[in-house]
Write a protein that binds this ligand. Structure first.
Ligand SMILES: Cc1ncc(COP(=O)(O)O)c(C=O)c1O
Length: 445
């Protein structure tokens, strides 16, 4: 494969058979685990020939620049701590401690954790409930504008796109509005690392974008990337990434991202397009979440509508087919360029074999209730002493966790909010496990 600056330089250095008097302790010798035997060869530490993730220059930055170019961005930082690390770094760059944050209420818990670390005060953007699909729709540019207008001090906006269900928001249009108000747009694109390779304009205009390479590309777990659209420089990304990342980032993980990008550019994007075409056929064959002019979807994500997703998922698992996620009305399958004809055939067969009896009514999923009363900031709540209660006994208590069932994939209760009767009734109605434990503000303080 051509054009893999990091992988090629590590390979060339390993081939010189250096005497490794440094970390990691395996010194390049085979690991005592057959599956990982050769992993150690490229598992280096910071040395003059291998470079340093958190210093500019060298093969690592060359490899990051190629990723930035593939995404149409100005700078990129490799992450070995998942999108979680990237989200923390991005919000550290975009906000000052104590700032207000206009955020998609459906953001991942890493955003809630960043709010606690940085003492950010959330203003929540809600998503329209799509009754017919039983999922939350995209964030509208109008809703972003309305809240920016009414909260002029709020300068950072954080949105998840695509969602777990593959719902895309119009990031170019939203970024236009955010910039008109002098703000910074952070996009959590954890589920969308493949989208630019499919030719989608998924992140244009975002000031900071985070993607989990490991979720949808052929790379190891925890690999992820942070991009700047131009406002921040490579040095900014490195500085913020280093706060939350290990000072011993994994070279094999970084090299795997280098090679994956080169492979996607040479061949993998075609494989991904084949997968997207297959998903498009699946959506026509089975009852599934489908694109409409108001609902743009990740072309590779397959969301099956089914009367009881948990039962169907269990049935699929007895056939050896493991979906990503189930809820009371859907099953979410992540299909990638790794899936070929044999996997497609196996999935179709399993879906046919587990089909519910004809005429089984689809479950109507109720819309989420209104937001609970907010009592504490996320920081006050998340760093407070806690009691642990089952949800069914937690009415009236202040939650320090988010309780975020799928659907809607949006916290029904967020940190610092009071757990109300109607929130508990909703959770019970959608089949949430009410014996599940929730951490609440301790009365012993
Ligand atoms: C929307 C979203 N953002 C961020 C993350 C965190 O990603 P990672 O597991 O790569 O740290 C996840 C993980 O599932 C996610 O779903």
């Amino acid at each position: 494969m051509r054009n893999t600056p990091l992988y090629s330089s590590l390979r060339a250095f390993a081939d010189t058979q250096p005497l490794r008097m440094h970390m990691p302790g395996h010194h390049g010798k085979p690991l005592h685990m057959p599956e990982l035997e050769r992993f150690s060869e490229l598992d280096f530490t910071e040395l003059p020939p291998t470079g340093n993730l958190f210093s500019p220059g060298g093969a690592i930055e060359a490899a990051e620049d190629l990723w930035a170019r593939a995404f149409g961005m100005s700078a990129c930082l490799f992450l070995t701590g998942g999108s979680t690390q990237g989200i923390h770094a991005a919000l550290t760059l975009a906000c000052r401690p104590g700032d207000r944050l206009l955020m998609d209420r459906g953001c991942h818990r890493s955003v809630y954790h960043a709010m606690a670390l940085l003492d950010l005060k959330p203003i929540y953007l809600s998503r329209p409930w799509r009754r017919e699909d039983g999922v939350s729709g995209p964030i509208s540019p109008q809703s972003v504008e309305k809240l920016l207008k009414s909260h002029p001090k709020c300068k950072t906006v954080c949105i998840t796109s695509p969602t777990y269900y593959g719902v895309l928001s119009d990031i170019p249009a939203i970024s236009h509005i955010v910039h008109q108000y002098g703000g910074i747009l952070v996009v959590d694109g954890a589920h969308g690392a493949h989208l630019p390779f499919l030719g989608l304009d998924a992140f244009r205009g975002a000031d900071l974008t985070v993607v989990s390479a490991h979720k949808t590309l052929p790379v190891p777990g925890q690999t992820a990337l942070l991009f700047s659209g131009g406002l921040f420089h490579g040095d900014d990304l490195r500085r913020a990434g280093a706060i939350y990342g290990s000072s011993s980032p994994s070279y094999p993980m970084m090299a795997a991202m280098d090679v994956a990008r080169a492979w996607l550019e040479e061949k993998g994007a075609d494989d991904y397009r084949t997968t997207a075409a297959f998903v498009s056929d699946l959506r026509r064959t089975f009852s599934a979440l489908r694109e409409t002019p108001e609902l743009r979807l990740d072309p590779a994500r397959f969301v099956l509508n089914t009367p009881d997703g948990y039962v169907r998922k269990a049935a699929l698992e007895t056939l050896g087919v493991y979906p990503e996620m189930a809820d009371c009305g859907h099953i979410v399958c992540i299909l990638t360029c790794a899936d070929r004809r044999a996997e497609f055939a196996r999935l179709i067969e399993a879906l046919n074999r587990t089909a519910p009896p004809a005429g089984t009514a689809a479950r109507q999923i109720p819309p989420p209730p209104e937001l609970p009363e907010r009592v504490l900031s996320p920081r006050q709540a998340m760093f407070a002493p806690v009691d642990v209660l089952s949800l069914q006994k937690a009415e009236g208590q202040i939650s320090v966790d988010q309780v975020a069932p799928y659907p809607p994939g949006v916290p029904i209760i967020a940190p610092g909010e009071r757990i109300g009767k109607k929130h508990l009734s909703y959770l019970s109605e959608i089949g949430y496990n009410m014996t599940e434990k929730v951490r609440t503000l301790s009365h012993r303080v």
